[in-house]
Design a protein around this ligand. Structure first.
Ligand code: ZN
Length: 921
């Protein structure tokens, strides 16, 4: 995927289009093409039993309507297809933020706790100031020390809040690129990333220590020096941002804030003095390309002349720090009025804002600027730009260019503009997505549990995860999908085949593509999250099941799944999460009302919505929008259609061996454990969107992904675990009905008819026979016959399965029917030598299908004796007397029948079927 491989003419055109696309911005006021379509589908389904199935007790609890009659008024507020739709709620919240912003007001709710990534470094500094932690100190001494630290942090944070609010008072709006525009980061950030400018080489591949090169974070890990000097704190350019990282509230006013106030009150702006930045130079073109925009849906990017570079090369390319020199006695900078009693000894880093490079306190200069009157600026000429310009007046009489400090306020925030998020941190798509995902994992054990918080509610906790993290991740990935759609037309116009052209184009957007793949994996992981705690292997099972609430006596514990994120040597493992909203067991009379946590039920419920919802909110005045705006439908499912199809199809089955997360196992298939019974290596998660699904295991500073020749053994990657054991992903009917409901509601608009074909189920008798030959049938024991179209087969972890979504569901149902009933073989339409489906044989005496004898289920006679070998009429040779309860697959199938039925029902509820599907001619 080397951009160099693209023909030069095409490369120039791709680059040009890329810059035009960075003018596509998502805004809260934009009219959406698709929102009215979703709206209409939602309304169609109102009042149907299809909708009622979604009003589960957990949804009622989420909406706060448990115990109320579910009449139309309550449903209007609470149904996931009406007022309880997460997108309706999100839109209201965004309108509120925007209205507050217009009035210069902001409200930070109690749920907005920030990420403590700098905590380890900060802890060391606070101990230098207030005394080291000593477990042998008396509790009173420890309390006194901790309280002094708390007071100090509170005063500093209070100062920051007041400075932010004073900013509003003097007319400043929020600036949410403060933590993502690397150009306005503090110079201390560059001192740490480049060791005072001495590290010049770019990292081109993963390095084990980040000391020798500077590059994207996926190549260049955080060093100890960076951590100890609070690298995350210095990713800061404006007090008018909402910090995502807690330590940024200790910092104060940023370069943008000074510039904005100077502009508003003095009508004066900073211009670059250095001649190498003058109009007409390559660096000057770079400044102009960045001028007055935030990169739209692609995010802020950098270039010199017309060649793009990653933000980590800013020092090399533009020299953002210079003249670095040691500070031999930082104490000289201590203010005379420093109050040591309250604030502890003055600290060079936290109080003086010096960083220590190679053990030496140092400081550097930023590029010199001069100040000129706004009215003396002119617009650039065509020759001075790199071919595109989206700014205002920017060049002074001496040809010097205004410093392009980034700015984007509420109306652009949290909508999909990649650099414009509240409560985030990070300068490229990878860092921003990583921040949102890691925050969510690290905070899980804090924010999803009550922990004596009076403000806790299931609703707040579940919504916070959706709104603060997941919806942002989803919207960030939308931009890339839009580009993919645009480049489809572009490829055609250039006369290239899109399928072979896209990998080349993708090389120009590797950052965004990487982030989108991470988003897909993240949402897939949300669905597959196992229960925490002990797991065991039931007899006759291939998947480790949770001991908690197991009906019957669980066997010996084989592995204990950790709760939330766990550190391993050089890797972070992501663990399980309680599925259920658990009730307090020691709260006396309140135990039935006192919920202690919000379960992963809600994360699982929302996964398909996050993958498919594609309401477009882009501003555009493109001619194409007025001719055919469908290309604006953008979701992760549109970006990875094969991955989504495969993920959905297999998760609609009960085939847990394919869809469950994995742990490394020994030669007998038993998980390998640490001394406490937890997995001794991080859990591996299934990544669905590549050529074939793979299990991905964190390993060192990287991730090892491999497919397997057998379901749990024989990896193709030499470093992947040779054997694995599979954990129950906790995906059942409760999750599957939301997979169906959301996917059908937000049906990917691109190739909509293909998706419908993939998901459509016909029920003979109710629907006319669709008539096509490429089909699979499922003959239900209750006499119903379902039909779906087939789309060939694929191999997943060594197992060959149907590709089509509905076909996969019917295939799975048929496999249960074959195990549960005496059957006759159906036809072999695909010619693979096996019947494509099976038809249950009906008993001539009872008129009921004949259940097979199941040797794993013992029969009990009237006297209470247990018969492992069956009883007359139901044993190895006879079936007439077997009942459904004497066969495991039969019981499983009786529950699974709701899936094909619900798929069929969704078509009617949303009115997606064509008339013939309803038997109307
Ligand atoms: Zn504010």
């Amino acid at each position: 995927l080397d951009p160099e491989a693209v023909p030069p003419a095409a490369a120039a055109a791709i680059r040009q289009l890329k810059h035009e696309l960075s003018g596509v911005q998502a805004t809260i006021e934009a009219a959406s093409v698709h929102a009215p379509i979703y709206e209409s589908r939602r309304r169609q389904a109102a009042g149907t039993t299809f909708e009622a199935e979604l009003m589960t007790p957990m949804v009622q609890q989420l909406q706060g309507v448990e115990g109320l009659p579910l009449n139309d008024q309550v449903m209007d507020l609470a149904s996931p297809l009406r007022g309880g739709n997460p997108e309706v709620r999100r839109h209201l919240l965004q309108l509120r933020e925007e209205a507050l912003g217009r009035r210069g007001a902001c409200i930070l709710g109690p749920g907005e706790a920030e990420m403590p990534f700098s905590l380890t470094g900060l802890s060391a500094i606070l101990q230098e100031k207030f005394g080291s932690f000593d477990p042998s100190d008396s509790p009173a001494e420890q309390q006194e020390r901790a309280e002094r630290m708390r007071q100090f942090v509170a005063r500093r944070a209070h100062f920051s809040v007041i400075a932010h609010e004073m900013g509003h008072s003097v007319g400043l709006r929020h600036n949410f690129v403060g933590s993502s525009d690397a150009f306005i980061f503090r110079p201390q950030y560059w001192q740490l990333r480049t060791r005072n400018g001495s590290v010049r080489a770019a990292c081109r591949e993963l390095t084990t220590d980040g000391n020798t090169c500077v590059g994207p974070r996926y190549f260049d890990p955080v060093t100890a020096e960076e951590r100890e000097n609070l690298i995350w704190m210095w990713e800061h350019g404006s007090i008018m941002d909402y910090a995502g990282e807690a330590s940024q509230d200790l910092l104060g006013i940023g370069i943008y804030d000074f510039a904005a106030a100077r502009m508003l009150y003095g009508e004066t702006v900073a211009v670059a003095r250095d001649e190498t930045f003058a109009a007409g130079t390559p660096r000057g073109q770079g400044l102009l390309a960045k001028m007055d925009n935030f990169g739209g849906i692609l995010g802020i990017t950098f270039q010199t002349g017309d060649s793009d570079f990653h933000y980590s090369q800013l020092q090399q390319q533009w020299g953002v720090i210079q003249n670095c020199r040691p500070v031999t006695d930082p104490d000289l900078f201590r203010p005379a009025a420093w109050n040591e009693a309250a604030d502890g000894p003055w600290h060079p880093l936290l109080d003086g804002q010096f960083v220590r490079i190679d053990g030496q306190w140092t400081r550097c200069d930023q590029p010199e600027v001069d100040y000129v009157r706004w009215q003396d600026l002119r617009r650039p000429t065509d020759g001075e730009t790199a071919g595109y310009y989206r700014g205002g007046p920017s060049i002074d009489r001496q040809g010097r260019i205004r410093m392009p400090y980034g700015f984007a306020t509420d109306r652009w925030a949290d909508l999909g503009n990649l650099s414009v998020y509240r409560h985030d941190n990070g300068a490229d798509p990878y860092e921003i997505f990583n921040f949102l995902m890691t925050s969510q994992e690290v905070w899980q054990i804090f924010e999803t549990y009550r922990r004596h918080k009076q403000t806790f509610s299931v609703r707040n906790a579940a919504n916070r995860i959706l709104e603060r993290y997941n919806a942002k991740i989803r919207d960030g990935a939308k931009g890339l999908t839009l580009m993919k759609n645009v480049y489809k037309d572009f490829a055609l116009a250039m006369g290239y085949d899109f399928d072979t052209f896209w990998p080349l184009v993708a090389g120009f957007f590797s950052e965004n593509i990487l982030a989108s793949g991470m988003a897909f994996d993240h949402f897939a992981r949300q669905l597959a999250r196992p229960e925490i705690g002990p797991h065991f292997l039931p007899e006759n099972d291939t998947v480790l099941r949770s001991t908690y609430d197991y009906v019957g006596t669980p066997g010996a514990t084989m592995v204990t799944v950790p709760n939330g994120a766990t550190g391993y040597y050089g890797a972070i493992g992501l663990g399980g999460k309680l599925v259920e909203n658990r009730l307090c067991e020691s709260c006396g009379e309140y135990d039935s009302e006192y919920t202690v946590n919000a379960g992963s039920y809600y994360d699982k419920m929302n996964a398909a919505m996050l993958m498919t919802e594609s309401a477009d909110n882009f501003i555009s005045s493109s001619r194409n929008d007025f001719v055919d705006p469908r290309y604006r439908a953008v979701s992760i499912a549109d970006l990875f259609p094969d991955g989504y199809r495969r993920w959905l199809a297999n998760n609609l089955t009960g085939d847990d061996l394919l869809k469950g997360p994995r742990v490394a196992a020994d030669s007998r298939g038993r998980p390998t454990l640490d001394p406490e019974g937890y997995p001794d290596a991080p859990i591996g998660w299934i990544s669905w969107w590549g050529d074939t699904p793979q299990a991905c295991f964190p390993d060192g500073n990287t991730t090892i992904c491999s497919s397997y020749a057998e379901p749990t053994s024989d990896p193709f990657h030499p470093r992947a675990p040779a054997r694995t054991a599979v954990l129950d992903p906790q995906v059942g009917w409760e999750q599957q009905k939301f997979l169906i409901a959301w996917t059908m509601l937000y049906l990917p608009e691109n190739e909509q008819s293909e998706w419908l074909d993939q998901m459509r189920v016909w029920e003979l008798g109710r629907d006319a026979d669709p008539g096509f030959a490429q089909r699979i049938e499922f003959h239900s024991p209750n006499g119903r016959v379902y039909v779906a179209r087939t789309f060939g087969k694929e191999t997943i972890f060594g197992k060959t399965v149907q590709r089509g979504i509905a076909a996969r569901v019917l295939e799975y149902a048929d496999s249960l029917a074959e195990a549960a009933y005496v059957t006759d073989p159906g036809p072999d339409l695909d010619g693979d030598g096996d019947p494509d489906w099976h038809v249950p044989v009906v008993s001539p005496t009872t008129g009921q299908p004949l259940v097979r004898w199941d040797p794993t289920v013992a029969l009990v006679d009237e006297m209470g004796f247990v018969h492992r070998d069956g009883l007359p009429g139901c044993n190895a040779t006879e079936n007439e007397a077997c009942t459904c309860f004497s066969n495991r697959a039969c019981v499983t199938l009786s529950r699974y029948l709701s899936i094909p039925a619900y798929l069929r029902e969704a078509l009617d509820a949303y009115r997606l079927g064509d008339p013939s599907a309803r038997g109307v001619y």
